[in-house]
Design a protein around this ligand. Structure first.
Ligand SMILES: [Zn+2]
Length: 245
């Protein structure tokens, strides 16, 4: 489940991201009462088997049962991991339409959660998640060749144009396309992050300077191409990351 809010005195509305039906909103009757059978099971970031009564033609359904498969306890005990997962859940809520099955995005989110639970390097898992989510929604940044002329990128300091949506070569950069510098190393890491199995990402040992560069580019890219204004988790994440150092 990826979100929840109150409904009256006793009920909660839970937002689930499901493998077979996409994003589903359902009422957990009595979930705010301590003794209710659903109260302990409807915590955020819990993965489980959901059975719900569908109300045909309505956006809001009713939960029948929810059996926990994984409660991601280590995430819940770590504020920084919580902040990363809140951000992931927020992004999913933001970019996926209601009730539209998207098993690949579901699997991406679930793999990212399992990795964040077990790794010390949640940050780069989140960066890889961002690249792959952008790809899922058809907005993947172009990283292989120049987005303007399709020419090869062989400069030591390639440029990245957020507006155009990818890397640009030295020649096109000289023509006045607005772009950031990105080190060749960071570009290589981004290419890897888009392609290698997610489980390998935490073992890449990425330098802080590359992390900062990749973060700046991906955050800029997301803010420009996906409306991020209403992502509350972003402020939480930023305050947690500041405390890290
Ligand atoms: Zn070019």
């Amino acid at each position: 489940m990826i979100g929840h809010y109150s409904l009256g005195e006793a009920d909660k509305i839970i937002v689930f991201f499901t493998r077979d039906y996409g994003k589903v909103r359902a009422v957990a009757r009595g979930a705010k009462r301590l003794k209710n059978r659903l109260s302990g099971r409807t915590e955020i970031f819990t993965y489980g088997d959901l059975i719900y009564f569908e109300r045909v033609g309505k956006d809001l359904h009713t939960i029948n049962s929810f059996d926990i498969i994984e409660s991601f306890q280590k995430i819940k005990e770590d504020l920084l991991k919580m902040a990363y997962c809140s951000y992931i859940a927020d992004l999913i809520q933001h970019v996926t339409p209601e009730s539209e099955p998207d098993p690949d995005t579901f699997d991406l989110m679930l793999s990212a959660m399992y990795l964040i639970e077990s790794t010390a390097d949640a940050e780069m898992v989140v960066r890889a998640f961002e690249i792959r989510l952008l790809e899922r929604i058809g907005l993947n940044p172009r990283l292989d060749s120049c987005i303007i002329c399709s020419g090869e990128i062989n400069d030591n300091t390639p440029k990245f144009s957020i507006q155009s949506g990818g890397v640009i070569c030295g020649k096109c950069a000289k023509l006045g396309h607005h772009a950031f510098n990105i080190s060749y190393e960071s570009l290589e890491i981004m290419r890897k992050m888009a392609n290698i199995p997610l489980e390998v990402i935490p073992s890449l040992n990425i330098l802080e300077s590359n992390r900062q560069e990749i973060k700046k580019i991906l955050m800029g890219f997301l803010s420009f191409h996906v409306d991020m204004k209403n992502l509350r988790s972003l402020g939480f994440l930023e305050s947690m990351e500041k405390d890290k150092f």
